[in-house]
Design a protein around this ligand. Structure first.
Ligand SMILES: [Zn+2]
Length: 268
């Protein structure tokens, strides 16, 4: 048994949960037990929650009328902010809550500068947080669905209008459609020509599927989406495809050179 854990008595739990209004994760940290154990102990001793029921009326009043943030509502009702956010979303009070729940003026930190120290702490915390492969696949799928939505695309386009001063700004051409001849058939032909491997790092389609749950990409060498001739297309993995978005002139020359060698080898 681990020495640091305190004995979970009914009195202790009542004191922490009801008197001190602690969240489960705070109790877990204080007592050295896991969330699950705390949760089961609370149920076993019937230590009633001090939380207020999150009804649709209550949430509408707090969120829409009183314009409170999910965090503020959470503090008042005893719920954690993500639970409040989920309920608001469930009731259809606000859509797309993940992005708006504490953004802008609703966030207590709105307009306040972030110190170097805080930035460093955030960076440190983020670096410890690793996404599992299953989660990565889930996120990739969700993003794919998002981009199929015309409204989402339009919003992203609006946001990126700010980007004209950005060095990566290409006049919004990432929103231009591909030419109609850039279809499954041509992609298949290109991948077959390239042995179904990324032409930069050598990753196979199988490996890509395993890691990100998606197929290898077919990249336009001169970045012109309308030019879908075989000489202008090359197979790349997701990571390399992102990489070649910078230093465009360099990569364009590299790939054109590579394909030229390939074709001359084929004929000679
Ligand atoms: Zn690659």
């Amino acid at each position: 048994m681990r020495g640091k854990q305190s004995l979970l008595t009914k009195e202790l739990l009542y004191d922490l949960r009801v008197e001190q209004r602690k969240y489960i994760d705070e109790i877990a940290r204080k007592t050295g037990w896991g969330h699950g154990t705390i949760w089961r102990a609370l149920q076993k001793f019937n230590v009633l929650s001090w939380k207020r029921r999150l009804t649709e009326d209550l949430l509408r009043q707090k969120y829409i009328v009183e314009k409170k943030s999910t965090r503020e509502i959470g503090e008042e009702t005893g719920w954690e902010r993500h639970c409040v956010a989920r309920k608001i979303k469930q009731f259809g009070i606000a859509e797309n809550l993940l992005s708006i729940c504490n953004s802008g003026e609703k966030n207590g930190r709105y307009g306040k500068p972030v110190s170097q120290e805080t930035r460093r702490k955030i960076g440190e915390a983020n670096s410890k947080w690793k996404r599992s492969d299953a989660l990565k696949r889930k996120v990739a799928l969700a993003m794919k669905r998002h981009w199929q939505d015309a409204e989402f695309k339009r919003k992203m386009l609006e946001c990126s209008l700010k980007g004209e001063e950005n060095s990566s700004w290409r006049g919004g051409n990432s929103f231009e459609p591909y030419s109609p001849d850039f279809n499954t058939m041509i992609k298949w032909k290109i991948k077959k020509r390239d042995n179904c491997t990324c032409q930069l790092c050598g990753k196979t389609e199988g490996e890509e599927m395993e890691k990100y749950g998606c197929k290898l990409a077919v990249h336009h060498i001169d970045y012109d989406k309308k030019n879908s001739s075989a000489e202008n297309l090359i197979t790349l993995c997701k990571v390399c495809n992102n990489k070649v978005n910078l230093n465009r002139q360099y990569w364009k020359a590299q790939f054109q050179d590579k394909l030229m060698k390939f074709h001359s080898g084929e004929q000679g």
